[in-house]
Design a protein around this ligand. Structure first.
Ligand code: BGC
Length: 466
C-alpha cells in the first residue's frame, strides 16, 4: 500500500493541497493560543495588576469562549456553509487578537480572550470538517491531520515567540497581537476556496457540487465523478436527520458515544497539563526556570515531529492501530512520570528521566489520540447531522480541557503530583479498553461508505483487528 506522499502525487492536485492548507490555518490559531498564554501571563500579571483570580480568568475565558464557539458553529456550518463559517472565524480572531494586544485592563483582556475563544472553538472543528469533505478517501487521514499539524506548529511557534520576545518592551502585547496575522490569513484565504461538495448537495446545488468535484479530482485516475456525486446524493437523502434532537436517535447515539468517548479521553489523559504546565513540571525536577523553558521547546518540537509521522502513517497503517499503540505509550510514560515523582532517589540521580517520560508521552499522543480524535469525528457522522454532532463532540473536548486545566494544580496538592500522573495513567487504561471495543477503522473508505457501515449496521461498531 502506498504512503500519503506518493498517493497525493498520484491522485491529489494543487487545488486540493492548497485548500487543505488554508483550512488548516484554523488549527494554527488554536495551537498558538494554547501555547502563548503561559509565557504572556508572566508579564501580564504585573502590567495589568492581575491577581490570581484574574489570571485564571484570563487563561480560562478562552476555553469558555471556545465552548460557545463550538456550539454556535454547529448551526453556522450548515446554515451559512463551512467556508463562510471559517471566513467569519478568521475575522473574529483578528478583532480578538488586536483587542487583547491593546487591552488596558484585566477585564478587557478577559473579554477579548473570550471572543478569541469563540473563534478558536469554531475553527477547531470546521477545519477538519471542511478538509474531510473535500478529500478523496486514500489521503483523507493525512490531509485532515494537517489540522493537528497546524495545532502543534502553532504551539511550537508560540513557545518560540515567548522565548524570543522575553526581553522586549510590551512583549505580551506583541505575543497576543501577532496572532492577528494568521487570523487574517485564514479569513482572506478562505475567500478563495470552493464550498465542499457535501454541503452543496445538502443545499440541492448539484451542478456546483459536480463542478467542485471536477476541479478537485481532475488528476485522480481512480475518480468517477458521477459515481461520487450519486453516492453523496443518496447518502444525504437517506438520512434526513438534521436537528439537534436527532443526535439522540438510537443509531446516531452509538456514533455519539464514539465521538464523545474520544473527545473526553483525549483531554482526560492529561495532555494539556503537559502543554500548559511543562515548564512547571520540569522546574519541579530541579531545573532552573530558563532551562525548563528551553526543554519545553523540545516538547513542542517532538509534538510536531510525531504529528508529521501520524500524517504519513494514518492512511497506511490505519487510525485504529495508531490510536491503540499511541495509547499504550501514553499509559507507560504516565506510569514512568508517576514513578519518577514518587522516588527521591530517581529525582536526585536521574533528573533526565522526567524529560524522557514527557517526550515519550507527547510523541505517543501525537501519533495517536491527538490527530485521531479530530479525524474520526470528521468521518463517522452522516452528512445531515455531521456538523452538529462534531460541534457537540468539540464542545465536550473543550469542556474537558477546561476541567483538566482547572484541576491539575489542585489535584497535585490533594493527591500529590505522582498521584495525579497515576490517575491519568488509570484513565488512559480505560481509554485503551474503550478504543479497542468501540472505535472502528475508517481508512480507505469514502465518508458515505463509513456512514453506510456504521449507520445501518446493527453491530456496535465495525472493526478491524488492531
Ligand atoms: C488537543 C489539544 C492539545 C493539542 C496538543 C489537540 O489535539 O485537542 O487540546 O493542546 O492536541 O498537541
Amino acid at each position: 500500500m502506498s504512503g500519503f506522499v506518493s498517493e497525493m502525487r498520484r491522485t491529489g492536485n494543487g487545488l486540493l493541497l492548497r485548500i487543505s492548507i488554508i483550512a488548516a490555518i484554523g488549527g494554527l490559531l488554536f495551537g498558538y493560543d494554547t501555547g502563548v498564554i503561559s509565557g504572556a501571563l508572566l508579564y501580564i500579571k504585573s502590567d495589568l495588576h492581575a491577581g490570581q483570580f484574574a489570571q485564571q480568568a484570563i487563561v480560562s475565558s478562552l476555553l469558555l469562549g471556545a465552548m460557545v464557539g463550538a456550539l454556535l458553529s454547529g448551526y453556522l456550518a450548515d446554515a451559512i456553509s463551512r467556508k463562510w463559517t471559517k471566513v467569519l472565524s478568521g475575522s473574529v480572531y483578528v478583532i480578538g487578537a488586536l483587542g487583547c494586544a491593546f487591552a488596558i485592563s484585566a477585564p478587557m483582556l478577559i473579554g477579548f480572550r473570550f471572543l478569541l475563544g469563540i473563534s478558536v472553538g469554531t475553527a477547531s472543528f470546521v477545519a477538519p470538517l471542511y478538509i474531510s469533505e473535500v478529500s478523496p478517501p486514500k489521503v483523507r487521514g493525512g490531509l485532515v491531520s494537517f489540522n493537528q499539524l497546524a495545532i502543534t506548529s502553532g504551539i511550537l511557534i508560540a513557545y518560540i515567540v515567548n522565548f524570543l520576545l522575553k526581553d522586549v518592551t510590551n512583549n505580551w502585547r506583541w505575543m497576543l497581537g501577532l496572532a492577528a496575522l494568521p487570523g487574517a490569513a485564514l479569513a482572506i484565504g478562505m475567500l478563495s476556496v470552493p464550498h465542499t461538495p457535501r454541503w452543496l448537495v445538502q443545499r440541492q446545488r448539484q451542478d456546483e457540487a459536480r463542478d467542485v468535484l471536477d476541479r478537485l479530482r481532475d488528476s485522480d485516475p481512480d475518480a468517477d465523478i458521477d459515481d461520487e456525486l450519486d453516492t453523496i446524493t443518496e447518502a444525504s437523502k437517506e438520512e434526513g436527520a438534521s436537528r439537534v434532537r436527532d443526535l439522540l436517535a438510537p443509531k446516531i447515539r452509538r456514533l455519539m458515544t464514539i465521538g464523545l468517548g474520544l473527545a473526553l479521553f483525549q483531554q482526560f489523559v492529561g495532555i494539556n497539563t503537559v502543554i500548559y504546565y511543562a515548564p512547571t513540571i520540569l522546574a519541579d525536577t530541579g531545573l532552573t526556570n530558563s532551562s525548563s523553558i528551553t526543554q519545553t521547546v523540545f516538547v513542542g518540537i517532538t509534538n510536531v515531529v510525531f504529528t508529521i509521522v501520524a500524517v504519513l502513517l494514518l492512511d497506511r497503517v490505519g487510525r485504529r492501530k495508531l490510536l491503540l499503540t499511541g495509547t499504550v505509550g501514553t499509559v507507560l510514560s504516565l506510569l514512568l512520570l508517576g514513578v519518577y515523582f514518587s522516588s527521591a532517589t530517581l529525582q536526585h540521580q536521574a533528573g533526565y528521566l522526567a524529560l524522557v517520560a514527557l517526550l515519550i508521552y507527547i510523541a505517543s499522543f501525537a501519533v495517536g489520540l491527538g490527530p485521531v480524535f479530530w479525524l474520526m469525528i470528521s468521518e463517522i457522522f452522516p452528512v445531515g447531522i455531521r456538523s452538529k454532532a462534531m460541534s457537540v463532540s468539540t464542545l465536550a473536548n473543550w469542556a474537558a480541557n477546561f476541567l483538566v486545566a482547572a484541576t491539575f494544580l489542585t489535584l497535585g496538592s490533594l493527591i500529590t503530583r505522582q498521584g495525579t500522573f497515576f490517575l491519568y495513567a488509570g484513565i488512559a487504561v480505560v481509554a485503551f479498553a474503550f478504543f479497542l471495543a468501540k472505535v472502528p477503522e475508517t481508512k480507505d473508505r469514502s465518508l458515505e461508505q463509513v456512514q453506510d457501515t456504521l449507520f445501518t449496521s446493527d453491530e456496535p461498531t465495525v472493526k478491524e483487528s488492531a
